[in-house]
Design a protein around this ligand. Structure first.
Ligand code: UT7
Length: 389
């Protein structure tokens, strides 16, 4: 029996703190007028103390699981698409797995810049169609604000923080993710990158003094690349899915710059209304932009059951990605009974307790071993050699 991968749940999270263009005009030499006319952005959300890529991912994931009416222990794989993880290692997806109490789930992060969410959707739908998993959680989440040089007007006005998530599930009904197109061109790596903090230039006082841990971007080059690649990837994915551009009720492009989105609409010869935009309020949230936009498009009634969508993105790498899908969920989603919400709440409390207990047990384990470790430290070279023999 043929398997299909359907989005059955979606959720988003944007931090409460809002930074307006006027706020930025007090920080760097810019103006509301310049930012609005060159990018279309008016405000963006930024994390507050205690918020991270993982905490935002968890909030978005919880919302998506609620819509999907799926419990965390049904999830078999968690993919977090991000370029701004909590740590270099472990992956942010493991932190999400722990907080959700998704005890059966494998977890990994996916780094494909702003194309990351569509890359993740493509990988997950392939795994579902191949029969490896039935239920996968895919999250796009970024705290770009922590990698921004807030004195660089060419980048700091563009980005925002946020997270979006979907639950993808196997079904025998036709529809869901129909086709995807992924691409990369690493010759453009330095067009959009963080020069230090990796193995090539590990963080040291010098790299910090030079600000090499901040995002660097050649805006004009990225703009040209985006305007070129978005229509090509959109056409390719439609062709692969056996659809014409006219079959697509709504395009959900990466929310980087309104001028890029309008240029793509012109190149595809589709009316601007068929390109969903919300970057006015969020700015560019990188890998989170498409799932956040998808949530808003669904929740504003723009996507109906049976509609065809194309999600298309581009970003650091350089990378690009497009996915064509047929939407299969109703909106509004029927409300859940109170007891289901209570069970969900209890599950997340239990997950916290479980995590705490496991951490404590590990700590106790270390305490129990300590005298043994001291013993080891005290032994002489010859004693150690004798023991190893
Ligand atoms: O997710 C992928 C991430 N990145 C992107 O998608 C970025 C793609 N690129 C862009 O969106 C646009 O290239 C930008 C919005 C970054 C810049 O717009 P632009 O129309 O390409 O401007 P520009 O770089 O050609 O700069 C025009 C002028 C320059 O001044 P001069 O040399 O003409 O005197 C800049 O210094 O605008 C100046 N400028 C600013 N002025 C006020 C650059 N940034 C600012 C600013 N406020 N924030």
């Amino acid at each position: 029996m043929k398997r299909y991968a359907h989005i059955i749940g979606w959720g988003k999270y944007a931090p409460d703190r809002i930074l307006t263009n006027d706020d930025l005009s007090h920080m760097v030499d810019t103006s509301d007028e310049w930012i609005r006319t060159r990018t279309g952005i008016r405000t963006r959300h930024l994390i507050s103390e205690g918020e991270t890529t993982a905490t935002m991912s968890i909030r978005a994931a919880q919302a998506a699981l609620e819509v999907a009416n799926v419990t965390p222990d049904q999830i078999e794989l968690i993919i977090v698409a991000t370029s701004t993880p909590d740590y270099l290692t472990p992956s942010t997806s493991c932190l999400v797995q722990d907080a959700l109490g998704a005890t059966r789930a494998a977890a990994f992060d996916l780094s494909a810049g702003c194309s990351g969410f569509v890359y993740g959707l493509s990988v997950a739908s392939g795994l579902i169609r191949a029969g490896m998993y039935d239920t996968v959680l895919i999250i796009g989440a970024e705290t770009v604000s922590t990698f921004i040089d807030w004195t660089d007007r060419e980048t700091c006005v563009l980005f925002g923080d946020g997270a979006g998530a979907v639950v993808l599930q196997a079904s025998e009904s036709a529809g869901g993710v129909l086709a995807s197109v992924l691409g990369a061109d690493g010759s453009g790596a330095e067009m959009l990158y963080v020069p230090a903090g990796g193995s090539r230039r590990p963080t040291c006082a010098d790299t910090v003094a030079q600000g090499l841990h901040f995002l660097r971007m050649d805006g004009r080059q990225v703009f040209r690349f985006a305007v070129n690649v978005m229509p090509i990837a959109s056409r390719q994915v439609c062709e692969k899915a056996g659809l014409s551009l006219d079959d697509i009720e709504l395009f959900i492009p990466h929310q980087a710059n309104d001028r890029i989105i309008q240029a793509a609409a012109r190149a595809l010869q589709i009316p601007a209304e068929r390109m969903f935009t919300n970057l006015e309020r969020y700015g560019n949230t990188s890998a989170a932009s498409i799932p956040i936009a998808l949530c808003e498009a669904v929740e504003s009634g723009l996507i109906k059951r049976g509609d065809h969508l194309v999600m298309v993105g581009f970003g650091a790498g350089l990378t690009w990605a497009a996915a064509a899908m047929q939407w299969s969920m109703p909106w509004p989603v029927p409300p859940q009974p109170w007891w289901r919400k209570t069970l969900r709440w209890l599950h997340y409390r239990w997950a916290r307790l479980r995590s705490w207990a496991l951490r404590t047990l590990r700590r106790l384990d270390v305490e129990i071993r300590k005298p043994f470790n001291h013993e080891m430290e005290g032994e002489s070279q010859s004693q150690r050699e004798e023991r190893v023999k």
